[in-house]
Ligand binder design. Sequence first.
Ligand code: UDX
Ligand code: ADP
Length: 466
Amino acid sequence: MLKEIKNICCIGAGYVGGPTMTMIAAKCPHINVNVVDINDNRIKAWNNPDTDYIPIYEPGLASLVNEARGRNLFFSTNVNQAIQDADMIFISVNTPTKTYGVGKGMAADLKYIELCARQIATVATSDKIIVEKSTLPVRTAEALKRILDNTGNGVHFDILSNPEFLAEGTAVSDLLNPDRVLIGGEETENGRLAQQALVDVYANWVPKDRILTTNVWSSELSKLTANAFLAQRVSSINSLSELCEVTEADVDEVARAIGSDSRIGSKFLKASVGFGGSCFQKDILNLVYISKSYGLNEVADYWEQVIIMNDYQKRRFAKKIVETLFNTVSGKRIAILGWAFKKDTNDTRESAAIYVADYLLSEQAELVIYDPKVTKDQIFSDLDYLGSRSTEENRDLVEVSNSPYDAVENAHAVAILTEWDEFVTYDWSKIYNSMLKPAFLFDGRRLLSDELMREIGFEFYKIGKG
Ligand code: UDX
Ligand code: ADP
């Protein structure tokens, strides 16, 4: 019998779970949504009466949280209670790339998923629909099912794959108006009913023709490949950016020319200092790993090249700075504008800025970093995590500034690493005047006009233009 969903639990109150559940709660006032997490501080922040301090910065999110929180949206650390009460449980925990053992540096670490599954199996006393929301390697649902069926109390579990396609920075509008919602289910009568129950949740605001249903494996693989295709476009245009620099072509003009072919399309053709974010690299590495594990070495090599190109692009940009500054940045003050992996988010995972900064620090540069939304603690934690030098050295060499104008003062060079809108509106003449001369400006996001910057007096380098 088709189950009407009245109570949803989401395990994991991060960048995926938080915004997605907020949207479900806002659009489905008849469903109670409990978002739970083991991280007490994170839950406290979600419950902060002042929604300016919720843990995730996303345009439009705070007002949605205000609308639903305390009505049918609740944040708590009581995982067991939320599991027990739920008809449907979303798993939105982190699945980082493994840093140890088999598959190190490539495979996804599923330990958090497995812990969730074991906890659900132990605690649940009534039938549940389990929804994979986190990005997972193909066939994770199978592992989940085995754990749930073998350790549970005779409770029946249906497993669905419902990958999230929202992009950070535009999460609210992506959730509100998704290109598609994908729901993979098992090809059994129960599987079909579970799938329909989740279709009915989304149908509260998403047009039915945008809700696609597939089998579980297609759904899991589609998420990885959607990200791989998007990342591949960025690496493709980034590979051309270098060619443009030596041939005096302009990569934006090339992108516009090729992107106006409707078969190619204009999106994801913006050359940059390299893609970041928690998904692109991780998902491609998963794709490479799974291909290799089936002996498909050519398939694996093909996709791996997307990552190799991206690593090269970050290194190339950092190297360009060193070469331009007369082959040494030792003791030179370089201001970095932007630390987030893209604009309109405070997320820094895999941000190109981290790797560019690390390269410059290894060349003994002194860095001053400014980002409108990223905290000082986060910046140091990102640098420390790399382990390239001691935490003391990082603090000696790096300063984090609250003001872009303070950051650039007496700098030899400025590097733009995130495409924050506010950077365009700065008084660049004032910045020029406060810097050492010659004043070098490196635009890793193609934000600024070359004519204007050269007119002001900058020695200006822009990715993708000779
Ligand atoms: C991505 C997918 O877009 C989303 O569907 C999925 O759910 C999660 O992964 P996200 O990582 O949040 O989303 O951001 P996205 O907009 O895809 O950007 C990823 C990276 O690529 C950023 O660092 C961005 O600056 C870079 N990028 C993107 C470019 O350098 N050029 C482009 O043209 C587009
Ligand atoms: P994503 O971008 O996939 O949302 P995040 O790291 O932002 O990833 O969020 C994942 C969240 O899942 C974290 O807040 C983490 O504390 C939480 N989490 C991980 N394992 C568990 C667990 N077993 N129970 C509850 N929460 C968990």
